[in-house]
Design a protein around this ligand. Structure first.
Ligand SMILES: [Zn+2]
Length: 194
């Protein structure tokens, strides 16, 4: 009796290992596909949770500085420095609905190519991302119904922003397109709720 049980456990263990072995390549392909970035596109996840508004951003580095590797020339180094300064001053990039009364908190920047933070280890070869988490502390976060987004103006390579918002009013998906001509220098409103 004991023996049979043990055998069964071993064989089910083997079956599990085999299943995992077969599943692994598919999972790998899927993870890579999910990660593959599109130049011009920025992904934003906005979470309104308790007293905070947290904005998670995933962007191809190309959108931000125009290349996807460590900077080489002085001009490239300057472009990187300026971009990092803009990202750190995130309350200029994201003006949250004044009803929420938010102040910028911690900003976490991650990019392997720029040697920033703890970058995503699954970057597709030949490409580089700049990922960021911007946290805002608010006295009335739940009241927020929009964010005026200045990314098109700050980062000229940005053509489209795909965003998801999780708020007390529900979950929303919104897509913003780069406005034509000089309009792109104006913030674009990312709105939700009623
Ligand atoms: Zn790329």
């Amino acid at each position: 009796m004991k023996h049979t049980r043990l055998r069964r456990r071993i064989s089910s263990g083997l079956a599990f290992a085999a299943a995992a072995l077969f599943a692994a390549p598919f999972l790998g392909a899927q993870a890579q596909q999910q990660h593959a970035h599109v130049h011009g596109q920025i992904k934003l996840d906005v979470a309104i949770d308790g007293p905070t508004v947290v904005i998670d951003m995933e962007s191809p580095l190309d959108n931000i500085v125009g290349f996807e590797r460590a900077p080489k020339t002085d001009a490239e180094k300057k472009a990187v420095e300026e971009a990092i300064a803009q990202l750190r001053a995130a309350d200029k990039l994201f003006a949250i609905d004044p009803a929420a009364n938010c102040k910028l908190g911690p900003v976490d920047l991650r990019s392997g190519a720029l040697g920033l933070g703890n970058p995503d280890p699954n970057e597709p070869p030949g490409h580089a991302d700049l990922d960021a988490t911007f946290s805002f502390n608010c006295t009335n976060a739940a009241a927020a119904k929009f964010i005026d987004v200045n990314l098109f103006n700050a980062f000229k390579g940005t053509r489209q922003i795909d965003s998801q918002i999780a708020s007390a009013q529900g979950q929303f998906k919104r897509q913003l397109k780069r406005p034509a001509g000089t309009q792109a220098s104006q913030p674009v409103r990312l709105g939700w709720g009623k």
